[in-house]
Every structure is written in structure tokens, then in C-alpha cells.
Ligand binder design. Structure first.
Ligand SMILES: Cc1cc2nc3c(=O)[nH]c(=O)nc-3n(C[C@H](O)[C@H](O)[C@H](O)COP(=O)(O)OP(=O)(O)OC[C@H]3O[C@@H](n4cnc5c(N)ncnc54)[C@H](O)[C@@H]3O)c2cc1C
Length: 116
């Protein structure tokens, strides 16, 4: 077992999640990110219940939920007519069924979630 840190190329969601996961196992890592700062990549990122389950495993679920914006429903629109095709309610029944909410968070805020 090496004591040297594991190098992680990229400080995106995958790289940061890997670093937190390794830290939980007592393994140090060094995240190398080529960008000077996080840009407006999609700005608000949509997070399904499975994302929050993963965040809970990593110990950042409460922090992510605290900064999230909760939306009432997902609407699927016809790009040509602008008519609603269907929608998915994201209310309490949805949260109860899937155990976590569906929400949006600014990507830059998400990257700043303190792990511990
Ligand atoms: C416009 C857009 C909207 C999206 N919306 C959603 C959404 O609403 N919900 C959702 O779940 N997913 C969404 N996604 C997908 C989601 O963003 C990706 O699945 C997720 O970001 C992938 O994480 P990652 O860490 O693998 O890669 P990235 O987030 O792309 O991170 C990779 C990082 O590695 C860095 N890097 C690359 N090469 C090097 C190198 N050689 N050395 C050092 N650093 C390097 C990059 O600068 C970057 O910061 C969206 C994607 C886009 C493009």
C-alpha cells in the first residue's frame, strides 16, 4: 500500500467525488484541475434523487440539499409548437417514493460543498 497521494485528473463532479470517497477510506489524493475557475457549464445542474443518494454516501447530501432550488414539476415541451407534452410532478409523493428530491443547483456552488 503506497502512502503517496493518488493523482486525480480533473476537478469536475467525478474527480471531486472520487477525492471525497478516497478521503473517507483514509487515502489521500491530489486533484489536478486545468481550469483556473469553474465556468458557467450549464449553470444550473439538475440533480435527481439518485444524485442526492450518492451525495449522502459521500457525506455532502445535507449541504447539497441546503443550497438546492426545488422545482414543482418537470415539463417536457414540444420544440415546434411550444405545447406541453407531459409533465412529472416533483412533489412530496415523488420525494417519498424516491427517498430524495429532484432539484437544481448552480454547478459552481455544488463544487464548493464542504465535504466534512
Ligand atoms: C451543458 C451541460 C449541461 C448538463 N446538465 C446536467 C444536468 O442538469 N444534470 C446532470 O446530472 N448532468 C448534467 N450534465 C452532465 C454532467 O455535467 C456531467 O455528467 C458531469 O459534469 C461529468 O463529470 P466529470 O467530473 O466526469 O467531468 P467534468 O465535469 O467535465 O469535469 C472534468 C474536469 O476535468 C478538467 N480537465 C480535463 N482535462 C484535464 C487535464 N488534462 N488536466 C487537468 N484537468 C483536466 C476539466 O477542466 C473539468 O473541470 C450536463 C453537461 C453539460 C455539458
Amino acid at each position: 500500500m503506497t502512502t503517496r497521494p493518488i493523482l486525480i485528473a480533473g476537478g469536475g463532479i467525478g474527480g471531486l467525488a472520487t477525492a471525497i470517497g478516497l478521503a473517507q477510506k483514509g487515502i489521500s489524493s491530489l486533484v489536478l484541475e486545468k481550469a483556473r475557475e469553474l465556468g458557467e457549464i450549464g449553470a444550473g445542474i439538475q440533480l435527481g434523487p439518485n444524485a442526492f443518494h450518492a451525495f449522502d454516501t459521500l457525506g455532502v447530501g445535507d449541504a447539497a440539499r441546503a443550497m438546492a432550488v426545488y422545482i414543482d414539476k418537470l415539463r417536457l415541451m414540444d420544440a415546434l409548437t411550444a405545447e406541453e407534452i407531459t409533465h412529472i410532478p416533483l412533489d412530496d409523493a415523488f420525494r417519498t417514493r424516491f427517498g430524495n428530491p429532484y432539484a437544481v443547483v448552480h454547478r459552481g456552488d455544488l463544487h464548493g460543498v464542504p465535504p466534512f
